[in-house]
Design a protein around this ligand. Sequence first.
Ligand code: HEC
Length: 234
Amino acid sequence: MRLGVLAVACSMLVSGHDVITTKITWSREVSRLVFAHCASCHHDGGSAFSLVTYTDARPWAKAIKEEVLERRMPPWNAVKGFGDFRDDQGLTQEDLEILSAWVEGGAPEGDPKLLPPAPRFDAAPKQASKPSGTEVVVDGRSKLDRSVTIAGIRARSITDGASIQVYALLPDGRTEPLLWLYNYQRKWDRTYWFRHRLDLPAGTIVEASPASSGAVALVAAGPAIASSVPSRAR
Ligand code: HEC
């Protein structure tokens, strides 16, 4: 009789734990995503708490799901697919589905033998590269009075929480989306480097809207355009 009661109590304890309902595991899938997209900041000695081991990450599972679905992590400020940047650490839709399914399914560890090699961190964490080329400030609507090749773009004076879309309207009629900052947070400020440099011919109109959100700066490739001052289009 006594034994029976004990057995019931034990099984209740076990079922009180998270029930594992997913085949997605930390060791096989999730660690790879975290190492590639999160660990550069989230490691011991990095800019945020460690997410490098299962023991580190497990208590954060619910928060991880929330942060990535809300697009707050990895911090990027820019809307994916608007402009094409070479250092975009953002997660794809498939990555998001893997992370949420893992969390929803009880965040299992899986077989540690399947873990990828632990990420290595250089002494200094990668800094957002400082703008090096000449800058062309765009405040509202500006017309380029000479051609410029741009390598990147960055916020110049955007208020926290503001959003802004920046387009180039080329003289041949094409519209090139450059950057869409959404709910901009200054603490994540960075220069966005284009995957491919963009040639903006003279006469291109660069528009940042709404203008009330502030100004952005185009970072020119090379020093050749020092005298290029955009004239205000009317
Ligand atoms: C550029 C550095 C950086 C990257 C990359 C990054 N994080 Fe973070 N993360 C931070 C910092 C710094 C904080 C501390 C909170 C803050 O300042 O907002 C944080 C906070 C968090 C939090 C806690 C939020 C809270 O307060 O509840 C979670 C969860 C998180 N990050 C998950 C992730 C995940 C998952 C990834 C990868 C998909 C990731 N982070 C990528 C820097 C980063």
